[in-house]
Write a protein that binds this ligand. Sequence first.
Ligand code: DGT
Ligand code: CA
Ligand code: CA
Ligand code: ZN
Length: 596
Amino acid sequence: MGFNADLHSRLDEIATLLELTGANKFRVNAFARAARAVESQTKDLSSLDEKDLIAIDGIGMGIASVIRELADSGSIEELEDLRKEVPAGLANVLDIQGLGPKTVRLMWQDLGITDRAGLKKAIDDGSILTLPRMGEKTVENIKAALTFASKSNERLALGIATPIAEAIVERLKKVKGVKQCAFAGSMRRGKDTIGDIDILVSTTKPEEVAEAFCEADDVERVIARGESKCSVRIVVDGNSGRWKSDGKTPPTVGADLKIVPDASFGAALMYFTGSKEHNVRLRERALKKGMTLNEYGLFPDDKSTTESPQSRGVKAVAAKTEEAVYTKLGLPYIPPEIREDAGELDLVETPGFIELADIKSDLHAHTTASDGVMSLTELIQCAIDRGFHTIAVTDHSKSSAQAGGLSVERLRAQRDEIEEARKHFGKKITILAGSEVDILADGSLDYDDEILAWLDIVVASPHAALSQDTKTATKRLLKAIEHPHVNIIGHPTGRLINRRKGLEPAMDEIIAAAVEHDTALEINAHWMRLDLRDTHVRAAVEAGCKIAIDCDDHAPEDFDNLRFGIATARRGWLTPELCVNAWAAKKLHNWLKKKR
Ligand code: DGT
Ligand code: CA
Ligand code: CA
Ligand code: ZN
């Protein structure tokens, strides 16, 4: 782990532990904010002195000295003390949806709960009810959230797993003798979470590949090491420095390596990309055509023997590439993302699904005015660097106080700043003065209509009250969708992968209303959200609902999450016509103006 990644995770940990000790809110926030600031730094912070550190947005005097302390001594005394004071399992309890630091602290101090198991016990024996303001209903909710948290722990978020798999592929490609190497499985299909990583390789030197795979630094355990197959567990924590072991992320992830013949790499890739259900359908189709399909290729069928065609030396009809196999099966090329046995085998022609290069704008982004780490200028520059024609500045609205939401006064001041920026950047990019407005619990919005009409774009998102029942949630979202000044509904359910279920509105009603009122629904591309999720997107696309794919940028690297949003969009069969971010500038701007 690099210094910055280590620092980030320690600052984050201090913030959490301070919260649990009941420390002053401002101190907690200072560490949380600094952790976010550190995350977006590209420079190695261990080489900066206090003066330079303070110059970084989000880092004050106190934090600067903490950073120097870590750089000089390799540890932070305050953190070491906190670790002694707060039981290690308590952070996992705090991560459970609906439990705040105050409650968790009470659980710890009054009931001696120090981990999830302790919490479960207190729920089971009823002792949890002795805590102040703890009713049957609240306990029900905690119990449900606890079950959800322990169940969803086993799969890894796509955004965490992908860099790990890509690093393996890059490493193996450099090994002598390797011809082709790629990842397959659910990751190639772009699923929002993955069970394990599947890697394929063709090589003239299998032993060297097995060695490079099994003896890598981040391999925690080798489960199998054979001629054609290896299986390991890889340490997730610290890998690429984007997360920490926090009870929400599995500490290790499985990775399977299959060594396959180069001549049938395509057939193997197809087989191991799956899904299983898609493969079953393909094999049925092959049989109907008098052929056999397996991981070695598509072969003429021979019913007189049970011996496999490849072992009898039968020449394959197609094996080298996936394209060839699909063609010989009389199918168009089916992109990995839609291989789910969800109607894709009925396609006569594959629609031109949306691609990364189609995206020309980002309509949901934050600056230091609320909880982002980019200044307005930095944000604009990032968008220009991506080649976008439009960037919308959508900081939080006033009710999101913990995220630095803007009062009307600050919103007006920000607009002046945007006017200034337009003078400078206006030729290169259109800068929209917008807001990510909270959809309050009852569906009303966080600014008056007059303000909403005055903005260039309104993204309305739910942030609080995310455990509402279906009926209430549906009503709430419908109200926002129908609002005359709302252009986009941001992360419509508010789910967080492996952390929080979010709202479960009647999606068909939401989609129908969005179509009727010409409001787009967002695919929030952050890998922790991917909200709308794939199945929702598919339903929305079928109804002709407009979709926005936005990164909800808080830091420069958040723009890189776009690929995960695209994967989700493709899994929902989205084409560029329905995606407002793929539209030309004029079309997009006219569409937005209709509601101003
Ligand atoms: P995951 O890892 O749970 O997210 O899902 P997958 O789809 O990556 O599944 P995995 O890792 O068990 O296997 C990778 C692919 O290999 C799978 O999508 C299809 C293929 N595969 C594996 N085992 C079988 C099998 O028993 N039958 C068939 N037809 N295909 C299989
Ligand atoms: Ca897999
Ligand atoms: Ca696997
Ligand atoms: Zn946002």
